[in-house]
Design a protein around this ligand. Structure first.
Ligand code: FES
Length: 176
């Protein structure tokens, strides 16, 4: 079964896996932060840029940003945890969102979640060790007629069945 990462934390280990922040990443973080004035209103846009670059906000990013604008780290991380679009844990290259809204739930979405968990070897909220997939649930994707609905990146998979899951995962992983 694929091992799972929860946090990207090893600094300068020489390991360039998904669970690693290296000097190059820190330099990029500093470069992003340097583009913003040293005022508190820089926090949200700078976090957006860091999140977009790394697909999450490394702890070092929050700390360096706090230092840059001269506020406590806790304030920066309060913003980072307030917005759902930010995440403090690494996200995969492909984001799998299984809708668990009412319509999807009634049409078997929990079984779709099970199928993705089994196929990816991770649970909801986790990322595969190779950094390829993250799995999450949402409340309604706004296309209930297609229930049960799954969104992978920008692609919708309507009227999903558990049996389709392995093939869809393979397709996004670059398989046949
Ligand atoms: S409940 Fe799933 S798309 Fe609306």
């Amino acid at each position: 079964m694929v091992a799972v990462i929860k946090e990207r934390r090893v600094l300068d280990s020489g390991d360039r896996g998904m669970n690693t922040i290296v000097a190059e990443d820190l330099a990029r973080i500093d470069e992003i932060i340097a583009g913003y004035p040293r005022v508190e209103s820089s926090v949200t846009p700078a976090l957006q840029d860091i999140n977009a670059e790394f697909r999450y906000i490394p702890r070092e990013g929050g700390e360096r940003l706090a230092q840059h604008v001269g506020i406590p780290c806790s304030k920066v991380f309060a913003v980072a945890t307030f917005y759902r679009s930010f995440t403090l844990t690494p996200r995969g290259e492909h984001m799998v969102k299984v809708c668990l809204g009412t319509a999807c739930h009634l049409r078997g979405a929990p079984r779709i979640v099970d199928a993705f968990e089994k196929s990816l070897g991770i649970e909801i909220g986790e990322t595969t060790e190779d950094g390829m997939f993250s799995l999450d649930t949402v409340n309604c994707l706004g296309a209930c007629a297609l229930a049960p609905l799954v969104k992978i990146d920008e692609e919708d998979y309507g009227k999903m069945k558990p049996s389709r899951v392995p093939k869809i995962v393979d397709r996004h992983a670059g398989g046949p």
